[in-house]
Design a protein around this ligand. Structure first.
Ligand code: TYD
Ligand code: MG
Length: 456
């Protein structure tokens, strides 16, 4: 059988070449050539695009379109349902991305072996059927209607789909699948795109939801999820530190729901466990009061979350002061240190500063600023924060405390977890009645006030 024709295109400028080349002669970009299949259609150049025959699809006024009750396939994990926006939509194509070893296969398999209402075809290109069986046993379910096939050829995967007529298809992972029509190897941008496009077509035509699993490296790319993001209906990112137990499932894109939902899991011996009250897990239990720690109230997605900021400030031993940050933006920490130097006389150049967000979480919420500077100050003066205190607020360049989003939710979460005092931005509280909260609220407008309030 003659192979279909493929050509290489520069993904930067669109220049075409019959074979792969490292540097584009047209635009000079390096390593930008991607293999693509060319469809030789009848529509020649220069011909009028107006068709002779009548079309089947017809534009409708918005008011003429009948709303259909959206059907959802419920997943056994309620956290997954929430992140998906209320379950899997028939005919949708979902990408679950994450670093290798984070638990993507576990998450998907754990859910699929508990589905009874539909036949599931789990295509694995990474693990053998034996390995998957062992894992499923560990995850504690008999497997239900889940069928496993180890296959990496796109054409044969479609044969299996045709023969088995599944209700849900899982591809683990999209980087291992290759179409015979392309010469490039599995995992290349061209292959990933081609395979995903075929699966997308199948999902839309048959109404079968398809879940793709994809790896991303630390930098967030490598021939995979990034090129797929615009093709698929939803992108869920599974993240966390492999050395910690917690895993976050975030929707980065979702055509059927909100992207602010967040699912929290804990990796255990028997698979992923849902964490419904994450704040309790993130706070260290110690009764002792230690200097250098402060509790901040952040919001991840729409959920308030209490996290612990830990700082160690010591005299710089060598010429240049060291800065080391985990779980927080290092540029932001440098900015906060500069604010501290200007406002409360923190001698920046003479101190080493180490900052860590406990639990292996990465926090982007600027409302953690106040907890970060409090932990740094606490370590600097070697005095613990008063007991039962938490803080929320963004710090501006001139040392002002800026308002945060969802303040009431944050206060309520802190009160629920038994904190006695919360520091909040003064500007936030306009028009909010504070008497109903069972927690002491201290309003602050400047960094100096926080310092005075905490350490006298
Ligand atoms: P895996 O789902 O294979 O990761 P990915 O598909 O994202 O590459 O699993 C990752 C890790 O999870 C693996 O190192 C072992 C661990 N694990 C557990 O701790 N408990 C379990 O029950 C399972 C199934 C895996
Ligand atoms: Mg895997």
């Amino acid at each position: 059988m003659a192979k279909e024709k493929t050509v290489f295109f520069c993904s930067n400028c669109g220049n075409e070449s019959p074979k792969w080349i490292g540097k584009c002669p047209a635009c000079g970009a390096w390593n930008s050539y991607v293999e693509e299949r060319v469809v030789t259609g009848k529509s020649g150049g220069g011909k009028s695009l107006l068709p002779e025959s009548r079309l089947e699809s017809k534009p409708l006024r918005l008011s003429e379109i009948k709303p259909e009750k959206e059907e959802r396939i419920l997943m056994p994990s309620s956290e997954l349902n929430r992140v998906l926006g209320g379950g899997l939509v028939p005919g949708s194509i979902i990408l679950i991305g994450g670093e290798p070893g984070i638990g993507k296969s576990t998450l998907v398999l754990q859910n699929m072996i508990r589905i009874r209402s539909r036949k599931v075809l789990y295509v694995s290109g990474e693990e053998s059927a034996q390995q998957l069986k062992m894992r499923a046993d560990r995850l504690g379910a008999d497997g239900g209607e889940c069928y496993i096939v180890c296959e990496t050829s796109l054409e044969r995967i479609f044969q299996h789909i045709h023969n088995n007529n599944p209700g849900i298809v899982i591809i683990d992972s999209i980087q291992t699948v290759a179409s015979e029509a392309l010469e490039s190897s599995a995992g290349s941008v061209g292959q990933v795109r081609e395979c995903a496009a075929s699966l997308l077509k199948y999902a839309k035509e048959s109404g079968t939801p398809v879940i793709l699993i994809g790896h991303i490296n630390k930098e967030g790319s490598i021939a995979g999820p990034k090129v797929l993001e615009h093709i698929v209906d939803a992108v869920l990112q599974f993240e966390g530190d492999r050395h910690y137990m917690y895993r976050l499932l975030r929707a980065i894109k979702n055509r059927f729901g909100s992207t602010s939902e967040l699912g929290i899991y804990e990796m255990t011996q028997v698979g992923l466990r849902e964490v419904s009250n994450p704040s309790e897990l993130l706070l260290s239990e110690s009764e002792e009061e230690l200097s250098g720690t402060a509790i901040g109230v952040t919001v991840e997605g729409v959920r308030p979350l209490l996290v612990e900021s830990q700082a160690l400030v010591s005299t710089a031993a060598y010429g240049t002061a060291q800065r080391s940050v985990t779980g927080f933006d290092s540029k932001r920490m440098n900015m906060l240190l500069a604010v501290l130097e200007k406002r409360v006389g923190f001698k920046l150049a003479l101190k080493d500063v180490f900052l860590n967000i406990a639990g292996g979480f990465k926090v982007n919420d600027p409302a953690l600023d106040l907890a970060v500077i409090s932990s740094i100050l606490s370590s600097n003066v070697d005095m613990p924060l008063p007991k039962g205190v938490c803080l929320t607020g963004e710090v501006g360049l001139s040392g002002e405390i800026r308002p945060v989003t969802r303040l009431e939710q944050r206060i309520m979460e802190a009160a629920k977890l038994g904190f006695s005092t919360i520091y909040v931005p003064r500007l936030n509280l306009k028009g909010v009645s504070t008497d109903r909260f069972k927690i002491k609220i201290i309003e602050v407008a400047r960094v100096e006030e926080v310092f005075k309030g905490l350490f006298g």
